[in-house]
Design a protein around this ligand. Structure first.
Ligand SMILES: Cc1ncc(COP(=O)(O)O)c(C=O)c1O
Length: 402
């Protein structure tokens, strides 16, 4: 008799839900569809020759070490380099013990969920929020307390109301999760004033903040704003960073900054998860950064993504119907669109696929799945000409429904 695995799955695993994005991506894997849905970097700018050179050098120089297991914390010279990089951004309260290399940010999210969340624990998240974080927290059976966003990021007055309500109910949230720069999916950035308020609330309510910042360096307009880690220090902030959007997700590398007591648990969690991140890609990353190539690459990404973002905003202005609205990000990969109120973007999705254009339905980013009129458009993986055509197709579809 075939084994019935259902009888063996943990309660946690039984609660796992497929990601709407991955399900939708399966439908659009055909070249005629203009996909404005994937949050992937544009691979036409990957500097393959430089990566070959860095990889060849890394193998010649560190060969045996590069092909061996490494320490759980990661390769020391890479961590030193990253610490220096963060110091230039105003993070000066950390030392090497506070930095660990992770298997990109998604692992950071899983590890934090693992070390902080018991079934039924509350975590505070932005609404809408990054779907992979919601999945990581939900996989540990977290409950979500949501705080809406506006054009300036998470709304601090509402966060404080939520904190008071939780306090009254004797519920201690495990952490507040935020993506302060060019948030996924909304594309907005938390203002300096709100960052300071968040740090103030963290002190007042003794809160831990998880600052997930994959997009901060992909700023193509405006001035950088100090990170929560720079403003508040490591006492109340754990920071997640990644190479995925500033270089290549194929490295599968990121880094976590945390105070020592939290770091000790992260190290143990990581040992159980994967022992260490790949030594080979850590050496490649080290060579790539230390030659100044990361900075040169980020400059190209900024220049090209600005063109793409401009193409998307112009096309939205030209082709979308009255009543639709959208964000205009100064960096990152995403524009968040509100369809005219009565249009259900989930119901419309199959029609968009028939019209050969794809987006991500807004509902995927709402933990309580209660919003149907938004869509996330990504400008990163598509060239400006196709962005214009894709937005044109979507605009026509929306107009046909009014
Ligand atoms: C906000 C945010 N955090 C984390 C990640 C995970 O990225 P990675 O695991 O490639 O570092 C993503 C990926 O899109 C993201 O948008």
């Amino acid at each position: 008799m075939p084994l019935n695995a259902e009888e063996l799955f943990s309660e946690r695993a039984l609660g796992f839900k497929p990601s709407a994005i991955r399900e939708q991506l399966k439908l659009i894997d055909t070249p005629e569809i203009i996909s404005l849905s994937g949050g992937t970097p544009d691979d036409q700018f990957f500097p393959i020759d430089r990566v070959i050179e860095a990889s060849t050098f890394a193998l010649r120089q560190y060969g045996k070490k590069a092909l061996q297991y490494g320490s759980t914390e990661g390769i020391k010279k890479l961590r030193v380099l990253l610490m220096d990089r963060m110091e230039k951004e105003g993070v000066n309260s950390i030392d090497l013990d506070n930095v660990i290399i992770s298997t990109a940010s998604q692992q950071g999210l899983s590890l934090l969920a693992q070390i902080f969340v018991n079934p039924g624990d509350t975590v505070i998240v932005e609404e809408p929020s990054y779907i992979g974080a919601l999945q990581a927290f939900a996989s540990m059976q977290a409950k979500f307390c949501t705080v809406p966003m506006d054009k300036d990021g998470m709304q601090m007055d509402i966060l404080e109301d939520r904190l008071k309500e939780l306090q009254k109910a004797h519920i201690r949230p495990k952490f507040v999760y935020t993506v302060p720069n060019f948030q996924n999916p909304v594309g907005v950035t938390m203002t300096l004033e709100r960052r300071k308020k968040l740090i103030e609330l963290a002190n007042k309510y003794d809160l831990l903040i998880v600052e997930d910042d994959p997009y901060g360096e992909v700023r193509f307009e405006g001035e950088p704003i100090p990170s929560l880690l720079a403003l508040g220090g490591k006492d109340h902030v754990v920071a997640l960073r990644t190479f995925s959007k500033i270089s290549f997700p194929g490295l599968r590398l990121g880094w976590i900054v945390a105070r020592k007591d939290i770091m000790d648990k992260i190290v143990l969690g990581k040992q159980a998860a994967d022992l260490c991140s790949p030594s080979l890609t850590q050496y490649i990353a080290y060579e790539f950064i230390s030659r100044g190539w990361l900075d040169e690459y980020v400059a190209v990404v900024r220049r090209e993504y600005l063109k793409k973002k401009n193409a998307m905003i112009s096309a939205l202005e030209q082709y979308f119907p009255a009543g639709a609205s959208w964000t205009n990000p100064q960096g990152g990969l995403f524009v968040w669109v509100k369809a005219p109120e009565h249009i259900d973007t989930t119901a419309m999705f199959p029609e968009a696929i028939s019209a050969k254009v794809a987006y991500v339905t807004g509902i995927a980013f709402y933990p309580h799945r209660d919003d149907n009129c938004h869509m996330r458009l990504s400008f990163s993986p598509v060239d400006p000409e196709h962005i214009t055509e894709g937005v044109h197709r979507l605009g026509d579809l929306l107009k046909s429904k009014i």
